[in-house]
Design a protein around this ligand. Structure first.
Ligand SMILES: C[S@@+](CC[C@H](N)C(=O)[O-])C[C@H]1O[C@@H](n2cnc3c(N)ncnc32)[C@H](O)[C@@H]1O
Length: 257
């Protein structure tokens, strides 16, 4: 059966929803604080996080803004987000099941529009960014956070081949330069860029993954083969038989003018 990309996304993330909601590394201050700081939230701000997953980013912004909304294509993710909001007694948040390419909001409805770790699932990042800008006020802030790939095309291609096996809903991780150009093409000023490394161990990552045809060994083989010359450009290394690598995360922030 041939599935559309949208079906691949919702199938993949329905499986991942609970694991995602409970992954400490995604909820850590080290991952969330730079994103919140890049957006410069004000107490009167309305914020929207698109492809919000289990609501982690919305909950991080909630103490700093008047209202925080999250939207995601996967119903199971939004259910996790509602659970998180109830657990944290967040009463100034709202949740939507929807598509980043057709946001159900008026033009200029938000002061800040964010998106974390989702652009690599988008087939048309430029259209997604345009739609984020449409619902952002003039003078508001747009913040996109994702892992980026090596500037070496061979390493970038090898990294993406591994990631598409590990998570078939991945379209492509892009370079920093790609994001800067996409911001420019959308009429945004040059973004500020904040970077951090997200280290992972292969077996821990695979335990939370749903690879193509459940072929975990294919992912293992690609990662092990990449060790001698870091063929995926992700600081991959063998530490006493355990394979470690790092996602290079970048946060791109710009004012919508
Ligand atoms: C890797 S998760 C990231 C979740 C969350 N942003 C975070 O950082 O914890 C990617 C999310 O993107 C969502 N997604 C992918 N394509 C989407 C689309 N076109 N519209 C809305 N959500 C989408 C998926 O459902 C999934 O929840």
């Amino acid at each position: 059966m041939i599935r559309s990309h949208g079906e691949l996304v919702t199938e993949q993330f329905a499986q991942q929803a609970q694991l995602f909601a409970n992954a400490p590394v995604l909820h850590a201050a080290a991952a969330l604080d730079p994103l919140v700081q890049a957006a410069k939230p004000q107490p009167t701000d309305m914020i929207l996080d698109v492809a919000c997953g289990p609501g982690t980013v919305v909950a991080a912004f909630a103490p700093h803004v008047a209202h925080a909304a999250g939207l995601d294509a996967t119903d199971a993710m939004i259910r996790q987000a509602r659970t998180l909001a109830a657990r944290q007694s967040l009463d100034h948040v709202s949740w939507y099941v929807g598509d980043v390419y057709a946001l159900p909001f008026d033009d200029g409805a938000f002061d800040i529009v964010t998106c974390r770790f989702a652009f690599h699932h988008f087939e048309n990042p430029a259209a997604a960014l345009r739609e984020m800008l449409r619902v952002c006020k003039s003078g508001g802030r747009v913040v996109v956070c994702d892992a980026v790939v090596s500037d070496d095309p061979a390493k970038a291609a090898a990294f993406n081949a591994m990631e598409r096996l590990r998570d078939p809903s991945t379209v492509a991780f892009r370079t920093s330069a790609y994001f800067v150009q996409t911001f420019a093409d959308a009429g945004l000023p040059v973004p500020t860029i904040t970077r951090y490394q997200l280290p992972v161990e292969m077996e821990a990552l695979l335990a939370t993954s749903f690879p193509l045809d459940d072929n975990r060994d294919a992912v293992r083989a690609l990662l092990r083969a990449a060790v001698p010359d870091d063929a995926i450009g992700a600081r991959v290394r063998d530490a006493d038989g355990q394979i470690h690598f790092e996602y290079a995360v970048a946060i791109f922030a710009a004012m919508n003018c």
